[in-house]
Design a protein around this ligand. Structure first.
Ligand SMILES: *[C@@H]1O[C@H](CO)[C@@H](O)[C@H](O)[C@H]1NC(C)=O
Ligand SMILES: *[C@@H]1O[C@H](CO)[C@@H](O)[C@H](O)[C@H]1NC(C)=O
Ligand SMILES: *[C@@H]1O[C@H](CO)[C@@H](O)[C@H](O)[C@H]1NC(C)=O
Ligand SMILES: *[C@@H]1O[C@H](CO)[C@@H](O)[C@H](O)[C@H]1NC(C)=O
Ligand SMILES: *[C@@H]1O[C@H](CO)[C@@H](O)[C@H](O)[C@H]1NC(C)=O
Ligand SMILES: *[C@@H]1O[C@H](CO)[C@@H](O)[C@H](O)[C@H]1NC(C)=O
Length: 562
C-alpha cells in the first residue's frame, strides 16, 4: 500500500518536471525585453504622456551637455520613432508636477528656483502648446511649490501639494515648513485657492514632498507621505480619517517612502465587478529612516484595502507586508493594463538626492532587474523578476505606459557618480553626468501575439454609463475580449507616477463568434462607460482590450461629462 502511494507520488513529480521542461524559462515572452529607441536632448527627469499622440513631454534639471548642443529644458520624445523635438519655456521646471486639463492638454504646475538661464518657476502654471512647441504661462500659484504632486479632481480642478521650502539651503521667504496645497481651476486659471493640511503631516512624516495622492471613487483623496496618511476632502482640505500606519508591523518599522527615501506607489484597478467599491493602494520599496548612501533599500511592499460602504463611509483594512525579490529605492511603478504592476528603474542602496553643487549621487548599486507584481496571484507568488536591463537609471529617472502597452524608460542624472559591484555588468552613460538614452521595456504579455486584441473601431469619447461597442481583431480564433480598461496617461517623476489610474469597465456583451463574421470580419465587445466623475475624472484616457491577461495596443479616448 505504502509502496503504491510512493510510486504514484513519484510519477506525479516526474510528470510535473516534464511539464515544466516544455515551458520556456527565458525569452521575451517570459521575461520581457528592453530595446533602445533613441536619444533625448533633455534628460527624462520628468515625463508626461501627450494625449492623442505617441509622444511624451520630458523635462529636466538644466544640463550643459545635450546631444544637440542646445539647452532646451523640455522636449517631446516620440515613443514609436524615437525622434525628439525641443520645447521652449522661460521657466525653471525641475521638481514640478504635471497633470491634464479635461480637453487633454498637458499642464505643468510649479517648478524650481532660477537655474541656468531659466527664471523662477515655483509659482508657474503652464500648458503645452503643440502647435508653437512652447509651454505657455496661464496663471500663477500663490506660493512657491516644488516636489509637488499634481492631482486632477473629478470636477476638473487640479491640486498642487507639497511642503513648501527646500530641504537644503536657506528657507525661502515664501516658505516656512508647512504642508499645504493649492487648488487650481483651469476654467479660471489666473489664480488658486490655498488649503492648510493639519500639522500631523509634518510631525509624522518629517518630509512632505511628492505625496502619494489618489482620488478615491467617492471623490475624496488618499494622501500618504512616508509613514503617515489621511483621507481628505480635496475641495475643503478637511480630514475625513487618519489612515492606519505600519508602526506595529515589525519588518516594516522605520520604512519611509517619500523623498529622499523615495519608494513608489500605485492604486490597483478600480473594477465594475465590485461596483467600484474596493480600492487597494500599494506602496513599494523606499528607504529606512536611518538610511544613508550605502544603506540597503527597503525590500518590502505594503498593500492596503479600503472598502466603500453603502452609506459612503470607509472600511479601512491594515497594511499587509510582502517581500519583494530585491530592495529598491528611487524606482517607479507602471500600472499595466492587466492590473499587474511593473517596478523598474532605481537603486538597491542610498537616498534620492545629491549634493546640489554638483556633488556625488546619493544612490548606489543600480537595480537593473525589473519586477512584475501580480495582485491576483496567491500570497508568496505575486512577484516575478524579469529580464535584466543594462542602463542604470537612478536619480532623476522616469517611466510611463505607452499607447502600445509597453513602458518608456528615461533619464538618470549624476550618472557616473555611483558605484556598482565589480561583477555586475552595466552600460554607463557616455556623457557621465546625465543619461540621454531612451528605452522601451515590453512586458512578457506583449509577446503573446496570438491573443493581442487589435482595436479596429472605437469611439473617441465615452460618457458616464454610455453603452459603447468596440470592434476588434484577434489572431486566436477561439479567444475573445474578456476585459476592457481605461488607463489615465502616465505623469511620472521622482518615483511617483502621479496620474496613472485604471478603471475596468463593465462588459455587457462580448462576441463569441469563432468564424469572425461581422463588418470586415471584425468582432465586437460592448461596454458600459464609467459610472461617474469620481470613478473616472473626465479627461484623456487610453482604452485597452484584453484577452485573459494579454492586452493589445490602445487608442486614446476622452471620458466626457454626459
Ligand atoms: C508595439 O510593441 C511590439 C512589441 O514590442 C512591437 O513589435 C510593435 O512594433 C510595437 N508597435 C508600435 C506601433 O510601436
Ligand atoms: C484646452 O484648454 C486650454 C485651456 O482652456 C486651451 O488653452 C487649449 O487651447 C485647449 N486645447 C484644445 C485642444 O482644445
Ligand atoms: C453602485 O454604486 C452606486 C454609487 O456609486 C449606487 O448608486 C448603485 O446603486 C450601486 N449599484 C449596485 C448594483 O450596487
Ligand atoms: C560606500 O561604499 C562604497 C563601495 O564599497 C565605498 O567606496 C564608499 O566609501 C562608501 N561610502 C560611505 C559613505 O560609506
Ligand atoms: C455606515 O455603515 C457602517 C456599516 O453598516 C456603520 O458601521 C456606520 O456607523 C455607518 N456610518 C454612518 C455615518 O452612517
Ligand atoms: C486561444 O484562446 C483560447 C481561449 O482563450 C485558449 O484556450 C488557447 O490557449 C489560445 N491559443 C493560443 C495559441 O494562445
Amino acid at each position: 500500500m505504502c509502496r503504491i502511494q510512493l510510486t504514484i507520488v513519484l510519477v506525479a513529480v516526474v510528470g510535473l518536471i516534464n511539464a515544466a521542461d516544455t515551458v520556456p524559462k527565458t525569452g521575451p515572452a517570459v521575461l520581457g525585453e528592453f530595446t533602445k529607441i533613441g536619444l533625448s536632448n533633455c534628460v527624462g527627469t520628468q515625463l508626461a504622456a501627450v494625449p492623442d499622440t505617441d509622444q511624451f513631454l520630458f523635462m529636466e534639471r538644466p544640463q550643459s551637455n545635450h546631444p544637440d548642443g542646445k539647452s532646451f529644458n523640455a522636449g517631446l520624445m516620440d515613443s514609436v520613432t524615437g525622434a525628439f523635438t525641443n520645447i521652449k519655456t522661460p521657466f525653471s521646471m525641475e521638481n514640478c508636477g504635471h497633470s491634464y486639463l479635461e480637453n487633454g492638454t498637458v499642464a505643468i504646475l510649479a517648478g524650481h528656483k532660477p537655474q541656468s538661464s531659466y527664471v523662477e518657476g515655483r509659482r508657474a502654471l503652464q500648458v503645452l502648446n503643440l502647435q508653437s512647441r512652447t509651454l505657455d504661462s496661464v496663471g500663477s500659484l500663490q506660493f512657491g511649490h516644488w516636489l509637488a504632486t499634481a492631482t486632477r479632481l473629478p470636477n476638473g480642478m487640479i491640486t498642487i501639494m507639497s511642503d513648501s521650502p527646500s530641504p537644503v539651503g536657506p528657507a525661502r521667504k515664501d516658505g516656512i515648513k508647512n504642508p499645504f496645497y493649492e487648488l487650481w481651476d483651469p476654467t479660471n486659471p489666473a489664480t488658486t485657492k490655498a488649503f492648510q493640511l493639519d500639522n500631523n503631516f509634518l510631525s509624522n512624516t518629517k518630509y512632505f514632498y511628492y505625496p502619494f495622492n489618489f482620488v478615491l471613487p467617492t471623490g475624496d483623496m488618499f494622501v500618504w507621505s512616508n509613514k503617515y496618511g489621511q483621507i481628505i476632502n480635496p475641495l475643503t482640505g478637511k480630514k475625513v480619517l487618519v489612515l492606519p500606519n505600519w508602526k506595529g508591523i515589525p519588518q516594516a518599522k522605520g520604512m519611509c517612502t517619500q523623498y529622499p527615501f523615495s519608494g513608489t506607489a500605485a492604486m490597483l484597478p478600480l473594477r465594475a465587478t465590485n461596483n467600484f467599491t474596493e480600492v487597494e493602494i500599494m506602496v513599494f520599496g523606499g528607504q529606512w529612516s536611518y538610511g544613508w548612501v550605502n544603506t540597503t533599500a527597503v525590500d518590502l511592499s505594503m498593500r492596503l484595502k479600503i472598502k466603500i460602504l453603502p452609506n459612503g463611509t470607509y472600511d479601512v483594512g491594515q497594511w499587509q507586508a510582502e517581500t519583494m525579490p530585491s530592495p529598491r529605492v528611487s524606482g517607479t511603478s507602471v500600472l499595466l493594463p492587466n492590473g499587474m504592476v511593473l517596478l523598474i528603474n532605481g537603486a538597491k542602496r542610498g537616498l534620492l538626492g545629491d549634493a546640489v553643487a554638483g556633488g556625488d549621487a546619493m544612490l548606489n548599486e543600480p537595480n537593473l532587474t525589473p519586477v512584475l507584481y501580480d495582485p491576483l496571484a496567491s500570497e508568496g507568488s505575486r512577484y516575478t523578476e524579469l529580464a535584466r536591463g543594462s542602463i542604470p537609471r537612478l536619480l532623476h529617472s522616469a517611466a510611463g505606459l505607452t499607447l502600445n502597452g509597453t513602458a518608456i524608460l528615461a533619464g538618470g542624472d549624476r550618472s557616473s557618480r555611483y558605484w556598482m559591484p565589480a561583477d555586475e555588468a552595466y552600460s554607463p552613460s557616455s556623457t557621465g553626468f546625465a543619461e540621454y538614452r531612451v528605452e522601451l521595456f515590453a512586458p512578457p504579455q506583449v509577446f503573446d501575439t496570438q491573443n493581442r486584441p487589435a482595436i479596429m473601431a472605437c469611439p473617441f469619447s465615452i460618457g458616464f454609463s454610455d453603452v459603447t461597442s468596440i470592434a476588434y481583431l484577434i489572431p486566436n480564433t477561439t479567444a475573445r475580449v474578456t476585459s476592457v480598461v481605461l488607463i489615465a496617461p502616465s505623469s511620472d517623476t521622482h518615483t511617483f507616477n502621479m496620474h496613472q489610474r485604471i478603471v475596468e469597465l463593465e462588459i455587457l456583451d462580448s462576441d463569441n463568434d469563432n468564424n469572425h463574421v461581422g463588418v470586415d470580419g471584425d468582432r465586437s465587445v460592448t461596454v458600459r462607460g464609467p459610472p461617474n466623475a469620481n470613478v473616472a475624472p473626465p479627461g484623456p484616457y487610453m482604452i485597452f482590450l484584453l484577452s485573459g491577461r494579454t492586452w493589445g495596443p490602445a487608442q486614446w479616448i476622452n471620458v466626457v461629462r454626459s
